[in-house]
Design a protein around this ligand. Structure first.
Ligand SMILES: NC(=O)c1ccc[n+]([C@@H]2O[C@H](COP(=O)([O-])OP(=O)(O)OC[C@H]3O[C@@H](n4cnc5c(N)ncnc54)[C@H](OP(=O)(O)O)[C@@H]3O)[C@@H](O)[C@H]2O)c1
Length: 246
């Protein structure tokens, strides 16, 4: 199957307890699905999906990079993998300069693990001659603020890597797309003050599913964030500082 992914037979959801990840699955066309790998630290039942496909749990620890090559081999052990959704993520917190260990975890999960897994999967997909990978970046990567820049930096790195890899993959039948959600109501943001344009995981799932099926390489959820990202990147520092303070 070439770019313009339509109806996957085999999917890997990496970070299968992710509420956004599960919402993406729900909005994909699953009529031809035969196997869905659910990769997570702990078993994760998928809620709200009716499919006769085999849902196969695979243990995955993002910080254990030595295990990742073997993990990716498992995803291809039964045949081709049509679609990989990389939904792992750790928010860290706002206390860089007081809790660097937390920032380190976000760096390891969001950038190192997600980028490495993406590259390993892409390599195997090139061998099979087709495939699509979705990685979840964030609107937070648009421009550094004083409150979430450690997290934003990990997503900026991942985003850059994904877009670069997508360029490298041109002509191979394999492609990578990047989703940049804003503030989403999930376990990750539970208890936090909501930002403007906050959406549910369902909304993000819908946008992601149509991004996967399209030939686009970048998508925003909700879509209003696309022009907002452009405006944010052009604002003078003092103005940006003022409007982004929360
Ligand atoms: N929620 C938002 O506002 C928002 C906005 C923009 C982007 N995103 C991104 O969207 C993606 C999904 O987030 P979500 O909102 O659905 O949050 P979530 O439900 O907390 O999902 C995060 C996922 O990452 C996994 N994970 C974290 N550390 C891991 C590790 N060391 N090893 C293996 N898995 C690990 C979690 O597994 P466990 O269940 O084992 O912890 C979970 O499956 C993330 O990349 C996040 O950064 C979220």
């Amino acid at each position: 199957m070439l770019n313009g992914f339509k109806s996957p037979q085999t999917i890997a959801l990496i970070g299968s307890t992710s509420e956004i990840g599960q919402a993406i699955l729900k909005h994909l066309p699953l009529e031809n699905l035969s196997t869905c790998y659910l990769a997570s630290r702990s078993p994760s039942p998928i809620v709200g999906i009716s499919s006769k496909a085999a849902f196969v749990p695979i243990a995955f620890e993002a910080t254990d990079t030595h295990s990742h090559e073997k993990f990716v081999q498992q995803l291809f052990s039964q045949g081709d993998l049509d679609l990989a959704i990389i939904a792992i993520g750790a928010l860290g917190n706002d206390s860089t300069l007081s809790d660097e260990a937390n920032a380190l975890n976000a760096m390891q999960v969001n950038y190192v693990a997600a980028s490495y897994i993406m590259a390993l999967i892409a390599k195997k997909m090139v061998e099979q001659g087709h495939g699509r990978i979705l990685v979840i970046s964030s609107f937070a990567q648009t421009r550094p603020r004083n409150d979430n820049f450690a997290y934003g930096s990990t997503k900026a790195g991942l985003d850059f890597m994904a877009r670069g890899l997508n360029e490298k993959l041109r002509g191979t039948g394999v492609s990578v797309c990047v989703l940049r959600p804003g503030f989403v109501r999930t376990r990750m943001t539970h208890g936090m003050v909501e930002a403007p344009f906050t959406v549910s995981a369902e909304v993000v799932g819908k946008v992601a599913a149509s991004l996967i099926k399209s030939k686009k390489s970048v998508g925003y959820a909700p879509s209003i964030l696309k022009p907002l990202a452009l405006i944010f990147s052009l604002l003078p520092p003092a103005v940006f500082r003022k409007i982004s303070q929360r």
